[in-house]
Design a protein around this ligand. Structure first.
Ligand code: GAR
Length: 210
């Protein structure tokens, strides 16, 4: 719909979180549309999911840029051209620099498969298992200039079960991400998230105009 909130999703891989967003956006009266799916590699299956849903795609490869700041600027320009209300990192495995983060400040969401600040980085599920924790989970948070760091919007705990391997545990964590990420995207899109220092506060719809 013309007045839907515009969501850009960045992916690097499988894209099950992207699929959760596409499904949520496709619901009647969702008020949001995924307008672009971007990836850092052409083989990301998330791009295929986007194509199947009729959503525009873009690939910005680090290898096509001389350094990280120029990759950052190129990605920023591609995303900005889609005029997003929300930018969602859904399994996007690149660190975004200040040029990107500053362009969409307080409008970038990330989902991470641990209870931050525990187990930052690219192997959170493996690291949690190796540490021997009994409970892990996921965190949906706003993105700032530090890795896996910005204000937390939602977390869900997932118990580690006997016999879990990385895939099995990650599968259960993803079920929680699929529930929370669309909710968080909608709240940011509707302007219902206020950031005060490290805290993200959700306000009632009636408070938004104030
Ligand atoms: C998700 O579990 C997400 O939290 C994680 O990658 C997975 C992507 O799954 N992201 C990170 O680890 C970022 N540090 P998906 O491609 O099936 O949505």
């Amino acid at each position: 719909m013309a007045d839907d909130k515009r969501v850009v999703v960045l992916v690097s891989g499988h894209g099950s979180n992207l699929q959760a967003l596409l499904d949520a956006a496709a619901e009647r009266g969702s008020g949001m549309t995924v307008v672009l799916v971007g990836a850092d590699r052409p083989g990301a299956f998330g791009l295929e999911r986007a194509r199947r849903a009729g959503v525009d795609t873009a690939v910005v490869r680090p290898a096509d840029h001389p350094d990280r700041p120029s990759f950052d600027l190129a990605l920023r320009d591609v995303v900005a051209a889609a005029r997003p209300d929300v930018v969602c990192l859904a399994g996007f495995m690149r660190i975004l620099g200040p040029a990107f983060v500053g362009a969409f400040s307080d409008r970038i969401l990330n989902t991470h498969p641990s209870l931050l600040p525990a187990f930052r980085g690219a192997h959170a599920v493996r690291d949690a298992l190796a540490y021997g924790v009994k409970v892990t989970g996921c965190t949906v948070h706003l993105v700032d200039e530090q890795v896996d760091h910005g204000p937390v919007l939602f977390q869900a705990a997932v118990p580690v079960e006997p016999g879990d391997d990385e895939d099995r545990l990650h599968g259960r964590i993803k079920q929680e991400e699929h529930r929370l990420l669309p909710l968080a995207v909608r709240l940011v899109a509707e302007g219902r998230v206020r950031v005060e220092g490290r805290r993200a506060r959700i306000v009632a719809a009636e408070e938004v105009a104030r």
